[in-house]
Every structure is written in structure tokens, then in C-alpha cells.
Write a protein that binds this ligand. Structure first.
Ligand code: ADP
Ligand code: MG
Length: 257
């Protein structure tokens, strides 16, 4: 392992509204190495999205601290790219202009980033769709555009919150293959939240299994299945064993996914 890209230290989060308090995260410790792909699985409401938001700096934890590339996270920063479950493309912007949005927001030079955006559209399999509008794209294509957008400002860390949750099973498998390819080509560090255990096993170097709320890490499972992985790998005993281990951990907590 090279140096740590992301360091989460004893992070806790309590949401307060008047008298009411919700403890979303108990105490989370996690290191993600540079260029590592880490998947986070856990029951609904266990604080996965909260943890991701804390990493982006959009919110501060009520306990503990987070560092990115050795620097404490104290507020929103430009060295992360984020992909959500819904692609949230702006309908009045072309695909290219949607991909360029972070560059516009960060006031980066458009001329330079236009070429980069076009190369990324190529990378995600959308060459030729630069001047189309979002409504002209399928759900899977829109999500690819959202991935290109998250990569455009060349942030080293990619945070993905159930990015393929809204896609049908076949498109989702295709997107898993695509993401593996994009990750290998773009050499990013990825923290990937999913509800799908097979998706986590297919994509990740390590699978982090969380407890029900208040979320804490139950176990971190190493995935030694060699890359590049193919859909045939999902049919091997090794793959099945990893899926089973994650399922048992979640099942042991009385969780139905
Ligand atoms: P997950 O992504 O694992 O499904 P979340 O991180 O979205 O879970 O939520 C964890 C818990 O924190 C839930 O009980 C949720 O209701 C609560 N929560 C999340 N965001 C807020 C907020 N802004 N204010 C109050 N409670 C919140
Ligand atoms: Mg969530």
C-alpha cells in the first residue's frame, strides 16, 4: 500500500433538532490507500451517506476527524468528485456543458477543460453525445455523463453514493464493468456505497461492512480476486464465498437488505 489518501479517525455524528438527537455514526475508523477501491455496505439508515458527506466537508463530524492526502477536512474542497444515485444533470445544458459544470463552478479555464471533458466522454463511452441534451440519453448514459462530470476537475478521490441503484440489472452489470475500466484508466481512489453485495464484491479491493445505526465498522474484508475481473468471475466459488461472508455479517445483525 502507498500512503493513505483518506484517513477517518474515530468519526461520530449526532444530528440534533431541538430536543431530538439522532446518532447516525458511532465511531468509524477507516484508511483508504491511494488508488484503492473501497466499497461500503450496510443496512439502510446506518449512516453511509452521512459518512460520505463528512468526507466532502459539506458537514463537520461531531466527533473525530477526517484527513484527505494528509490535510484535515475543514470545509468543502475541490479534490473530491461526487456521484449520486440520481445523475442530476441540468436539463438545459448539453452533455458536454454538464460535464464541464465543476470546471465552471471552480472557475477553471474552459478552453483547457473542454478537451479534457471530451476525452472523458470518450472514456465513459459517450463519444458523439457531447452536444445532445440529457433527455436524449438513457438512464445508464446519463449516469455515465455524471461520472465524467465527477472526473473533469481531476480530483484524485471519487465518492460514489449508490450510483447504479436506479438502473435495471443488466445496465447495472454493464456499468460495473465500465466503472472498473474507468477506475483502472483514471487511477483514482474510490469510496463506493452500495446496497448490492455482489456489486461490492465485484468492484472493490476491500469491502467495509457497517452495523445498523449508529453506524460503525463491523469488518473489513479483503478481496483478492485478480483484476481485470469479468462477469464470469462472479460465478466462481471464491466470489460466492465473499458474498456469503458479507451476507452473514449483515444477517448476524438482524438486517434484511
Ligand atoms: P444511509 O445512507 O446509510 O441510508 P444516512 O446517512 O442517510 O443513512 O442516515 C443515517 C441516519 O441519520 C438516519 O437515521 C437519518 O435519518 C439521519 N440523518 C441523515 N441526515 C440527517 C440530517 N441532515 N438531519 C437529521 N438526521 C439526519
Ligand atoms: Mg444513503
Amino acid at each position: 500500500m502507498t500512503h493513505s489518501a483518506l484517513a477517518i479517525r474515530d468519526v461520530g455524528m449526532v444530528f440534533r433538532r431541538g430536543e431530538a438527537a439522532v446518532e447516525a455514526l458511532a465511531s468509524v475508523d477507516l484508511d483508504v490507500a491511494d488508488r484503492e477501491f473501497v466499497a461500503l455496505v450496510g443496512p439502510s439508515g446506518c449512516g453511509k451517506s452521512t459518512l460520505l458527506k463528512l468526507v466532502t466537508g459539506l458537514r463537520r463530524p461531531t466527533r473525530g476527524g477526517i484527513s484527505l492526502y494528509g490535510k484535515p477536512v475543514t470545509g468543502p474542497r475541490s479534490d473530491v468528485g461526487i456521484v449520486f444515485q440520481s445523475p442530476v444533470l441540468l436539463p438545459w445544458r448539453t452533455v458536454l456543458d454538464n460535464v464541464l459544470l465543476p470546471a465552471d463552478v471552480l472557475r477553471l479555464p474552459r478552453v483547457e477543460y473542454r478537451d479534457r471533458a471530451l476525452a472523458l466522454l470518450d472514456l465513459v463511452g459517450l463519444a458523439g453525445f457531447a452536444s445532445n441534451y440529457p433527455y436524449e440519453l438513457s438512464g445508464g448514459m446519463q449516469q455515465r455523463a455524471a461520472i465524467a462530470r465527477a472526473l473533469v476537475h481531476d480530483a484524485p478521490l471519487l465518492l460514489m453514493d449508490e450510483p447504479f441503484g436506479a438502473l435495471d440489472a443488466m445496465t447495472r452489470e454493464q456499468m460495473n464493468l465500465e466503472l472498473q475500466r474507468i477506475w483502472a484508466a483514471s487511477r483514482k481512489t474510490v469510496l463506493f456505497i452500495t446496497h448490492s453485495i455482489p456489486e461490492a464484491v465485484f468492484l472493490a479491493d476491500r469491502i467495509v461492512v457497517m452495523s445498523p445505526r449508529p453506524g460503525r465498522i463491523l469488518e473489513v474484508i479483503e478481496n483478492a480476486i485478480p483484476r481485470e475481473r469479468s462477469l464470469d468471475d462472479t460465478l466462481t466459488p471464491e466470489f460466492g464465498e465473499l458474498v456469503r461472508r458479507v451476507r452473514l455479517l449483515l444477517g448476524g445483525q438482524g438486517v434484511a437488505l
